[in-house]
Design a protein. Sequence first.
Length: 319
Amino acid sequence: MDKPVIALAMGDPAGISPELTAKVVALDEVREAARVVVIGDRRVFDDGAKAARLSAAPDEFVDLKHLDPSTIARGVASKAGGASALENYRHALRMAADGKADAVCFTPFNKQAMRLAHASYEDEIGFTSGVLGFKGAATEFNILEGLWNARVTSHIPLSKVASSLSIRAIVQAVELTATALRAAGLDTPRIGVAALNPHAGDGGNFGREELDIIEPAVKKAKAKGLPVEGPYPADTVFVRAKAGQFDAVLTMYHDQGQIAMKLLGFDRGVTLLGGYPFPICTPAHGTAYDIAGKGVANVGAARAALLLAARMVRARAKA
């Protein structure tokens, strides 16, 4: 097939997103893997390229001309910054929805800035589904060099996690994970499910969620032919996965998996928004306000995000 077309939305202008965008589109490996169309204000991109000490221009650029970088303070969340990032992302999503791009990527957003610009903003899943008019199930995956982390609940208070778990929600998460792994080219994925309580509940001594919800969900998923095992204690399931026993770990809540994945490789991890008609990828790290404009941001995760998106497009075309 021809090179996949990736719409790359520039993220928060007050952080490292401008320089990451400039750095990643300059990589020969990325240029060889995909045709990248950068979306944002060209002045913000040029400001990022200057910080990164780069002179190469992107192959293609959609200049929305909506933000003067001189009006944005580095390291400070703002309504204007959040609005520009949202508009960049909205444009990228519409490109893909209209068939003008095969995948979408974006450099890091800042949720505080997003909420200043869009009061009802909760997370990328809700915003993406709203822009696309998508009514199906979608979820976030964190990926590090072949190891995936999925989760049943995401951006909710820890106090609400247990009451938010259900057999249906866990089975659906397993289904989404298996589908995403296969879409990425892994024909026979292996999924390990994490328990919620210490020592997987210790037979009910430390909580009954494993007995009443998680174990029945795993059995139901296996009965549907899904490649899943568990639940395993959360403090050992990633040890098993790192040793090669699983391709993905399904955790019950956000930090249960995020802590493990970021310890394994904070600067190389990728977040995939799965369940949508096309791949949507971004670095798993944040906007790094503390180093914005210094030109020292590590491009590893942004590189991995674009290369994953390109691989997923190729795998889908092959399938």
